[in-house]
Write a new protein. Structure first.
Length: 230
């Protein structure tokens, strides 16, 4: 997704989303706040995944693949998510992407959080609850995405794959994201993953919603030599 922080109208500008190296991310200060926001965001991301899965109206694109794999392999879905995240990180190597602390935390923690919530959260019973799970899952996922991106500790594994492919091929971020998600949804569906209206609504709504939340959740950093994320 486009990770550009917006600016407030009026005299005060919103904090900028900066393009920092992994080392610069750690040196940029405000670490207690940034780490807290990062892990709250990743935990809420896991909750949003569980809401969409237990809602039964269609999982998020990557979770279509995760659910399909979980149905074929003797592992919990959280283990599948962590394993896929690690494989995606390995795919960064030829793209010359550098993971940050937030990237590693994203790869390892979201699957754990999702597994915990999936065990505790009841499956939605009836269409009204299914719609509530789906709607809250999409909005919560956008909020969670803005939180972990706004902590400025590195993109998630799948975000980095998208930006890396875009940079290497010269194609737009939108095209790179669309191509990746079409492939993972098709593979997940063939494996038995759940594709539905929730999958489509997520694909349409999560980008604009994340863009809405991001300016309010981007933590301001004092790094004079950094450039703003394109």
């Amino acid at each position: 997704m486009n990770q550009t922080a917006g600016h407030a109208t009026g005299s005060a500008a919103r904090p900028r989303l900066l393009n920092l190296s992994p080392l610069a991310q750690l040196r940029a200060g405000r670490m207690p706040l940034r780490l807290t926001q990062l892990f709250v965001g990743l935990t809420l991301y896991g909750l949003s995944i569980a809401l969409m899965i237990h809602g039964g109206l269609g999982a998020m694109p990557w979770d279509v693949l995760h659910v399909g794999l979980a149905g074929r392999l003797p592992f919990a879905i959280g283990v599948i998510m962590v394993s896929v995240s690690i494989l995606v990180l390995l795919a960064w190597m030829p793209l010359r992407q550098m993971p940050g602390l937030g990237t590693i935390a994203n790869a390892l923690w979201i699957g754990v959080a999702a597994d915990i919530v999936l065990r505790l959260l009841p499956v939605a019973a009836g269409l009204p609850w299914q719609l509530a799970y789906m709607g809250s899952g999409i909005v919560l996922n956008a909020l969670a995405t803005a939180m972990y991106i706004g902590s400025q500790l590195g993109p998630g594994p799948r975000d980095g794959l998208m930006t890396g492919i875009s940079r290497v091929t010269g194609r737009s971020l939108r095209l790179a994201r669309t191509a990746i998600e079409v492939v993972v949804v098709a593979a997940g569906w063939l494996l038995g993953g759940v594709v539905g209206v929730g999958t489509l609504l997520y694909a349409v709504a999560v980008g604009p919603l994340t863009q809405f939340f991001l300016p309010y959740l981007t933590i301001a950093l004092e790094v004079p030599e950094a450039t703003e994320e394109p």
